[in-house]
Design a protein. Structure first.
Length: 142
C-alpha cells in the first residue's frame, strides 16, 4: 500500500517531524564522534525549548483533539511527549539521556507519521485542518 499523501494543511506540522529526525541524526553523529555529552545535552535542551515544546503544544492543543483525548493513539502520543520531556530535562546522565532521547524521539516521530497522523487526516474535517494550519502559523510565528 503506498503511503498516504499528507494533506497540505498538515504538512507544516509534519515537516517538523522531519526536523526532529534530523536532530536525532545530529545527536547520533555527535555521540559517535565523541562530542562532550554535557555540551551536546545543552544543545538538546535548547532544541527542546525552541522547537520541540512548541510542536508538542500544537499537537496537543489542535491536532490530537481531532481524535479526542480518549483515543488510544492520542493517549500513546501524549505519554511519549511526557516521557521525552522528562528525558530532555533530566540532569542524571547526559550520555545515557542523549542516547535514549535519540532512540525514543525517532520512534515517536515514526509512530506519529506512520500511524497517528494518517488516522487524524482521515478523521479531520476541512475546518479542523484549517484550524490546525492557522494555529500552527500563530504558535510557530510562520
Amino acid at each position: 500500500m503506498p503511503p498516504l499523501e499528507r494533506h497540505a494543511l498538515l504538512r507544516p506540522v509534519s515537516r517538523e517531524h522531519q526536523e526532529a529526525l534530523s536532530f536525532c541524526w545530529r545527536v547520533r553523529r555527535a555521540l559517535e564522534q565523541g562530542t562532550d555529552p554535557a555540551v551536546q545535552m545543552q544543545a538538546a535542551v535548547a532544541y527542546y525549548h525552541q522547537r520541540l515544546l512548541p510542536h508538542f503544544a500544537i499537537e496537543e492543543e489542535v491536532v490530537f483533539p481531532v481524535l479526542g483525548s480518549m483515543d488510544p493513539l492520542v493517549k500513546r502520543a501524549v505519554a511519549e511527549h511526557r516521557r521525552l520531556t522528562r528525558l530532555f530535562l533530566s540532569t542524571a546522565d547526559p550520555l545515557s539521556d542523549l542516547s535514549r532521547i535519540e532512540d525514543e524521539l525517532e520512534a515517536h516521530v515514526r509512530f506519529e507519521e506512520r500511524v497517528l497522523f494518517p488516522a487524524i487526516q482521515k478523521a479531520a474535517t476541512e475546518q479542523q485542518l484549517e484550524r490546525i494550519d492557522r494555529m500552527h502559523g500563530l504558535l510557530c510565528g510562520c
